[in-house]
Design a protein around this ligand. Sequence first.
Ligand code: SF4
Length: 330
Amino acid sequence: MSVIPLTNSSVSPLLQVRDLKMHFPVKEGIFMRTGKYNKAVDGVSFDIMPGETLGLVGESGCGKSTLGRCIARLYQPTSGAVVFNGTDISRLGRKPLMPFRRDIQMIFQDPMESLNSRHTVGEILEEPFIVQNIGDKAFRRQRVKELLEVVGLPARSVTRYPFEFSGGQRQRIGIARSIALNPKLIICDEPVSALDVSIQSQILNLLIDLQKEFNLSYLFIAHDLAVVKHISDRIAIMYLGKIVESGDGESIYRTARHPYTQSLISAIPVPDPHHKSQRQVLVGDVPSPINPPSGCAFHTRCPKVMAMCRSAAPVLSTDRQPVSCHLYNT
Ligand code: SF4
């Protein structure tokens, strides 16, 4: 089991994920028996330091959102460990998990789906305090006002409903809710993917400002390496339930090693009319995690595939820029 090297190993990690697996049973036949498993997350390990952002990148269906939900304990992982501030929370029951629910929050891709449309913004932002039994009505109202100010929304927003706001404003409400209980870690699950490009940078800058102000750690999930570049200290690339490459942001962009990472980087637009595109177009979709390809799971799409890739699975190397590919493991 290889773990992504840390940028600062003298400080204890806030989050340690070890060999995490989330295998969903697949029911088949008229008796709905479990014959197969959807291996959405299949042995993932990494650390996140206090105040650090780890970008997690991969195409739709690679398991990155499932991984985020396992860490936030919206799912109970099949096996492995999620160690938060020294405690393994992967098997905790509802009650002992409560304090950790304050410390680990999520921001979702579509705030319209994650915000209750029948509640006013004031009610939505008060809810985390009510669930955790924190403060009286006056305290909660004051905190809601402060939260709106921190995310750049007017105080009068409290009486309005989510549908009355633009997409970017709704995401600000989602962010306000995520920081309400002073968390330490926020899992940002594609938080800008549904927004216009001009709004994306505003939301990213807001997240960066909040991180500095409150020393937040982020697991920033995205399918677009260009978005992750702006915000991440380190980056991990995920393919079919596994991390296939990781490293600090600069190294990943300058010296990507895995053919999958290289193809994702080649897809980033370059704002130069004289730049000759060398885009490596990936053929086909991500294979099903129910029947993953033998050997290297990327071999069905890899432009550098070799004979051994079809039968032998590569392992993640243990150097400063770990990669899982026979081009580097042989
Ligand atoms: Fe491509 Fe083979 Fe490397 Fe997999 S192991 S990424 S198929 S070269």
